[in-house]
Design a binder for this molecule. Structure first.
Ligand code: NAD
Length: 499
């Protein structure tokens, strides 16, 4: 299929793909695949106004009926899975299997949200006063702005949107300026679902095309009740401060610097496969990519040479082709960042296996990198920094306490894992004195989370939670209700106030 075939199969027409100033390139060969018109700041303000009108209607629609719309979106996603998955690959460069996986995640969260639409429940609480009852109610919040990153161009939108929609909130999506086409294609999928649904308000689901300034309109507007932002910690600091200034609800999903501890009792065959998938999958461009491997000194020589041989045979190339496991980096800046980090490794006394550019003759305008393993003398500054590229830093440890201290001694706190068959070690890692991350796994790698659990992390990762468990509460406002069904007016805490 040509690039144009992929774009058209996803429902995008040539007239929509031209005439603007925002150039979109495919990282597969670096060619320009679209030039989109960006929204102005005033356009975004008008969209927020339209979203607010949609809220007036949607908040009154019963939640299970709202769930029906999300069910229809899930159905349309099932029908369009291959076309959208291929577009994800074309636009962000992840291999087709991962493109399909991303759409599957969207389908899964829609299913989850449909069930949730009948379970938006609150507590009943014992009142201290006779003839009184107390309960918690959960109500829709308002317009939800969703800002997303290039590396997961569609799934995080859906983790947010599926929940926000059943919770009664209209959504306005600001995708990465590097991946706006998947957002436009998803919007078409939603429009088909809305048509089948029948009476959804206009502008319930909107997409803003543009750079960070359009995102800033969402974060700055008091009419955007919730902003859920996925991206770098640098972006999160800016967005978080703006939201804090106006006391807006903020859900931040930011950078990670994820580690795996490999203990002496580990099943090394399993560990090896998990390390390779988590470290080089998506060419090291996942927020949950394995970046730091902390290996017990007794098994270091058994594991690390085998890991290096596994790295040497990894098929790199066109992410649409069968059999490719590693696609391109998103752009030249990403490759330059990888080169800078590897230069720091050498300065710090580390040893680099792999690294450098490949396939430059076949794709002179694209950036395919050879994944690197960097054996480090310690956890230096460059190891503590998230470089969004396939570099795996390897360090040794002697006792578990030291390994956990290393795992926690970075600014980020997203995902972590331990490979161990010793239950004491595994439970220690999951305990209050273990990993400080939002995600901590045993005998699987740090990447590839399921939608059923709450997703997110601590410290520079921003503290937000999305997707499963009770993350839905982030999209609703909690109201405490006290109802007096007696003929007296007793005050709380027994206070006397007679008039
Ligand atoms: P980025 O921070 O450059 O951009 C992310 C989005 O934020 C884009 O849409 C961008 O236009 C917007 N943006 C940037 N500054 C803004 C501002 N001041 N106000 C409003 N919007 C603003 O990130 P990226 O390079 O696209 O993605 C890679 C980063 O995202 C990595 O750090 C990765 O770890 C992180 N990420 C985190 C998660 C997670 O769930 N924790 C998931 C995917 C990616």
């Amino acid at each position: 299929m040509t690039h144009m075939d992929i774009l058209q199969a996803a429902g995008l027409t040539p007239s929509e793909l031209s005439g603007g100033a925002l150039a979109v390139h495919t990282p597969i060969d670096g060619s320009e695949i679209a030039r989109l018109k960006s929204h102005s700041r005033d356009d975004v303000r008008a969209m927020i106004g339209n979203g607010t009108d949609a809220f007036m209607v949607w908040r009154k629609t019963p939640a299970p009926r709202r769930g029906e719309l999300v069910r229809l979106i899930g159905e349309e996603l099932r029908a369009g899975k291959e076309n959208l998955g291929r577009l994800v690959t074309l636009e962000c460069g992840k291999i087709y299997q991962e493109g399909l996986g991303e759409v599957q995640e969207m389908i899964d969260i829609c299913d989850f949200a449909v069930g949730l639409s009948r379970q938006l429940y609150g507590l009943t609480i014992a009142s201290e006063r006779a003839g009184h009852s107390m309960r918690e109610s959960w109500h829709p919040m308002g317009v939800c702005g969703i800002i997303t990153a290039f590396n997961f161009p569609v799934a995080p939108w859906c983790w947010n949107a599926a929940l926000a929609l059943v919770c009664g909130d209209p959504v306005i999506w600001k995708p990465s300026e590097k991946t706006p086409l998947t957002a436009l294609a998803t919007q078409k999928i939603c429009e088909r679902a809305m048509e089948k649904f029948g009476d959804a308000p206009d502008d319930l689901i909107q997409v803003v095309i543009g750079e960070r300034d359009t995102g800033e309109v969402l974060t700055g507007s008091p009419d955007v009740a919730i902003v859920s932002a996925t991206g770098s910690s640098r972006m999160g600091h800016a967005v978080g401060q703006q939201l804090a200034n106006r006391f807006g609800r903020c859900i931040l999903e930011l950078g990670g610097n994820n580690a795996m501890i490999v203990a002496p009792s580990a099943d090394l065959e399993m560990a090896l496969r998990a390390i390779v998938f988590s470290a080089v999958g998506t060419a090291g461009q996942r927020c949950t990519t394995l970046r730091r491997l902390i290996v017990h000194e007794d098994i270091f020589q058994q594991l690390v040479p085998r890991l290096k041989s596994a790295y040497d045979g990894l098929p790199t190339g066109d992410p649409l082709a069968d059999g490719t496991l590693i696609g391109p980096l998103i752009d030249a800046d990403a490759f330059a960042g990888m080169e800078r980090a590897l230069a720091e490794v050498i300065k710090d006394g580390g040893l680099v296996h792999g690294g450098g550019r490949t396939l430059e003759n076949d794709y002179p305008n694209a950036w395919y990198a050879i994944p690197a393993i960097a054996e480090m003398p310690g956890q230096t500054d460059i190891v503590r920094h998230e470089t969004f590229a396939p570099i795996l830093y390897v360090m040794k440890y002697r006792d578990l306490e030291q390994a956990i201290a290393l795992q926690n001694d970075v600014p980020q706190g997203l995902s972590s894992s331990i490979f161990s068959t010793d239950i004491r070690e595994a439970e220690e890692f999951l305990s209050a004195t273990g990993s400080d991350c939002g995600i901590a796994n045993v005998n699987i790698g740090p990447s590839g989370a399921e939608i059923g659990g709450a997703f997110g992390g601590e410290k520079d990762t921003g503290g937000g939670r999305e997707s499963g468990s009770d993350a839905w509460k982030g999209y609703m406002r909690r109201q405490t209700n006290t109802i007096n069904y007696s003929r007296e007016l007793p005050l709380a805490q027994g206070i006397k106030f007679e008039i």
